[in-house]
Design a protein around this ligand. Structure first.
Ligand code: F6P
Length: 327
């Protein structure tokens, strides 16, 4: 007979994302509200292996909804990728009397959760916490909106100097192998173009850009580039332009980890709060191996297998919108 759900362990893993703290708060408070104990697991799966676990009361999550980063710390655990590591993690779980886990993180985190839950027949629910927005089955991920706003504000500033000097700027944004931040960031900041991995094999995006004369009515241009070997990155593209089109005065800015920090936006806080409460509900309902997602403003449960395996497509209409608006 299955043990009644008495204690949930919560952890954050992989790259941090604004809104993770709001999610930890929501999980903790929703569980306690439902009479379930909560244990905070530090440093992701690493802390599960090395037993860095602390009982959480409602006060442990006071005053964190507005904070970026994660109070639970985060890590990418190589050890959890081994059978031996997962066995040690399971032993910790049994010793700590944890009946279910809620993991908050991206692709790697949910992949680990899926393997672990199948190996030990253990209930796990996940929240999509990543600025990359690359998880299938959810319109958006926790931290994406905040990162997008950070990008927009940074590009606004770069535009001032780009305009004064009449330069062409390649601004590289994160996203691992996905172009969501670059594409939405370009539209939000009024950039001329986004160079993204999703269409890199279909068309030479730089060539197109040059052929179209960048922005015809202005002397400066801003192009957002998704980090990725497939796009060549901002440095790769800039050196290509310098070689092939020396008439342009080119500069590069790599926004880097600034995109992962900062106080979460209202949207991210609300999303984290809804998803955290929904993950607790899902476990109480006997669901397992599911990620909370949001589709058309409704919370949905997406099997881990779907969220991880399928590539989330970009909205191609946005490319067209960007092209039209950059004349
Ligand atoms: O997955 C989130 C992310 O910020 C990616 O966009 C980026 O490629 C990666 O993490 C950077 O990882 P790290 O913090 O290990 O440099």
């Amino acid at each position: 007979m299955e043990r009644k759900l008495k204690c949930i362990g919560v952890l954050t893993s992989g790259g941090d994302a604004p809104g993770m703290n709001a999610a930890i708060r929501a999980v903790t408070r929703a569980a306690i509200y439902n009479g379930v104990e909560v244990k905070g697991i530090y440093r992701g799966y690493k802390g599960l292996i090395s037993n860095e676990i602390v009982p959480f009361k409602t006060q442990n999550v006071s005053n964190i909804i507005q904070q970026g980063g994660t109070i639970l710390k985060t890590a990418r655990s190589q050890e959890f990728q081994t059978e031996e590591g997962r066995k040690t993690a399971y032993e910790t779980i049994v010793r700590e009397k944890i009946d279910a886990l809620i993991v908050i993180g991206g692709d790697g985190t949910l992949t680990g959760a899926r393997i672990f839950s199948e190996e030990y027949n253990f209930p796990v629910a996940g929240l999509p916490g990543t600025i990359d927005n690359d998880l299938y089955g959810t319109d958006t991920t926790l931290g994406y909106d905040t990162a997008l706003n950070t990008i927009m504000q940074a590009v606004d500033k770069i535009r001032d100097t780009a305009t004064s000097h009449e330069r062409l700027f390649f601004i590289e944004v994160m996203g691992r192998n996905a172009g969501f931040l670059a594409l939405d960031g370009a539209i939000a900041s009024g950039a001329e173009a986004a160079i993204i991995p999703e269409i890199a094999t279909e068309v030479d995006q730089l060539e197109e850009l040059i052929k179209n004369g960048f922005r015809k009515s202005k002397n400066s241009s801003i192009v957002l580039v998704a980090e990725s070997e497939i796009t060549g990155g901002a440095i790769g593209l800039a050196s290509r332009v310098q070689k092939e089109y020396p008439q342009y005065d080119v500069r590069v800015t790599i926004l880097g980890h600034i995109q992962r920090g900062g106080s979460p936006t209202a949207n991210d806080r609300i999303l984290a709060s809804r998803m955290g409460a929904a993950a607790v509900d899902a476990l109480l309902d006997g669901q397992r191996n599911v990620m909370t997602g949001i589709q058309n403003d409704e919370i949905v449960l997406v099997p881990f297998s779907k969220a991880i395996k399928n590539d989330k497509p970009i909205n191609r209409n946005l490319l067209e919108t960007l092209r039209i608006l950059s004349i």
